[in-house]
Design a protein around this ligand. Structure first.
Ligand code: SF4
Length: 158
């Protein structure tokens, strides 16, 4: 999985200071894509060592968001688990219309689902097809018994 570039952002995940990692090799090719360069195979390999160095550079961030990586979503799950275990909130922006059946949200705090449809607009458009969820993990003892998605898309319309 390759990181094309990254940024510290304040709006992609409401109320969080987020390190957003833009993953290349996006398979979706949405017409009107705001970042068409992400379809290319460009960037630096996402390794734990690389990410550790980056996180040390920005000690004030509260959340890490994987922007894409749909082609490698099994790897996304592993990276998200590692990030969560290092004390950060986690988010995944996916262009899938539905989560793959074997995609686990066990270590996810937020997820944005849906491809970009030009005629409907992105998350900041009230007509958008995309949905932003907070993920609630209902725990019993040591075990998560259920994962519930809460639609928070309206936070982007304020
Ligand atoms: S999912 Fe995002 S990055 Fe990929 S083509 Fe669609 S808008 Fe562009």
């Amino acid at each position: 999985m390759l990181v094309a570039d990254y940024d510290i952002v304040f709006q992609e995940v409401p109320n969080e200071t987020t390190l957003a990692l833009n993953i290349s090799e996006c398979p979706h090719h949405c017409p009107g894509c705001h970042s068409s360069y992400l379809a290319e195979s460009v960037g630096e390999k996402l390794t734990k060592e690389w990410l550790t160095a980056l996180l040390e550079r920005y000690p004030y961030i509260t959340c890490v968001s994987i922007q894409g990586g749909d082609r490698y979503y099994h790897e996304v799950m592993q990276v998200v688990q590692w990030i969560k275990e290092h004390g950060f909130k986690t988010c995944w922006y996916t262009g899938f219309s539905q989560l793959p059946e074997d995609m686990s949200l066990a270590y996810m705090d937020f997820v944005k689902i849906g491809p970009y449809k030009q005629e409907l607009g992105g998350l900041r458009s009230k007509t958008t097809n995309q949905r932003f969820y907070s993920v609630e993990h209902i725990v019993s003892g040591d075990e998560t018994i259920r994962t519930v998605l809460h639609d928070r898309t309206e936070l982007f319309w304020r």
